[in-house]
Design a protein. Structure first.
Length: 184
């Protein structure tokens, strides 16, 4: 499975692509950070991010995107910018029929470090170790994008099992309602 991990942000947007192998084996294929200056108009910043993401989607052909879910922060403008960047990215994937999954920061940290409260240094160190990189990915947005992709790769089998169970339960409810209706 090829996963594109995205750490959305207006100033720095981390992008990564990894390939998942057997078990928990993952290989880094590419990582970068798209930067947009704060003094540029919002729509232009979003366009820059959109263009970069569309290029990555067309170049790497990921099977799925893993995007960090916007989490409540003190700074409302930061949350809004992150949400807007994430929306532009999800839209680009949707246009291509690529599944998008959102993961919270604590889910990502727990997946790669075993601790949902891990700090950025711990996440970066574990990403470097998991991927067998020669150097730590920098800035932190690059490491976070890789961590998101790893998280999704490792959680994908569980996500698929949960979706199958939910579909089966929905089918069972439908059959039960039809049975009740026929009996009355």
């Amino acid at each position: 499975m090829r996963v594109m991990g995205v750490d959305p942000g207006l100033t720095r947007c981390g992008l990564s692509v990894i390939e998942g192998g057997v078990g928990r084996q993952v290989i880094a294929l590419d990582v970068d950070v798209v930067r947009t200056p704060a003094e540029v108009a919002l729509q232009q910043r979003l366009l820059t991010i959109s263009d970069a993401v569309e290029h990555w989607l067309d170049t790497h052909h990921p099977d799925v995107l893993a995007i960090e879910r916007v989490f409540s922060q003190q700074n409302v403008s930061t949350v809004m910018g992150t949400a807007q960047a994430g929306g532009v990215i999800a839209l680009a994937a949707a246009k291509r029929g690529i599944d998008v999954h959102f993961h919270t920061p604590s889910e990502v940290k727990a997946a790669v470090t075993g601790n949902g409260g891990a700090d950025k240094a711990q996440v970066t160190a574990m990403v470097t170790r998991i991927l067998g990189l020669q150097a730590k990915p920098t800035p932190a947005d690059a490491a976070d994008a890789l961590a998101l992709a790893i998280c999704h790769c490792w959680r994908a089998p569980m996500i698929a099992r949960m979706a199958a169970a939910e579909a089966k339960a929905a089918e069972q409810r439908k059959k039960f309602k039809a049975k009740v209706k026929a009996a009355t």
